[in-house]
Design a protein. Structure first.
Length: 94
């Protein structure tokens, strides 16, 4: 994953550094959802950014990024079950 963090413009000021880019690898054990919040947070902190925009990009054709509020711990497992029904492993269509 590549994380790009861009600071917000201070009131009436210039942006000191236009941004920061860093990468990290997520080791997976197959299908599932993986929480990368800590890694993204570390990348933004390393850039010294407290407020602004953070772009997260996944370099994989069959991966995607979802935003999940984590208010209910079953949200991720519900989503995984649903996706397993929609696109089952071994389906020749995929």
């Amino acid at each position: 994953m590549t994380v790009k963090a861009f600071p917000s413009r201070p009131a009436g000021g210039r942006i000191p550094g236009m941004g920061h880019q860093s990468s990290f690898t997520v080791r997976t054990s197959g299908r599932g959802t993986y929480d990368v919040t800590a890694e993204v947070r570390r990348a933004a902190r390393a850039a010294g950014i407290e407020h602004g925009l953070c772009n997260v990009f996944v370099h994989h054709t069959s991966a995607s990024i979802i935003l999940c509020e984590n208010a209910d711990p079953t949200v991720r497992s519900d989503l995984e079950r649903f996706l397993a029904r929609v696109a089952p492993d071994g389906d020749p269509m995929f």
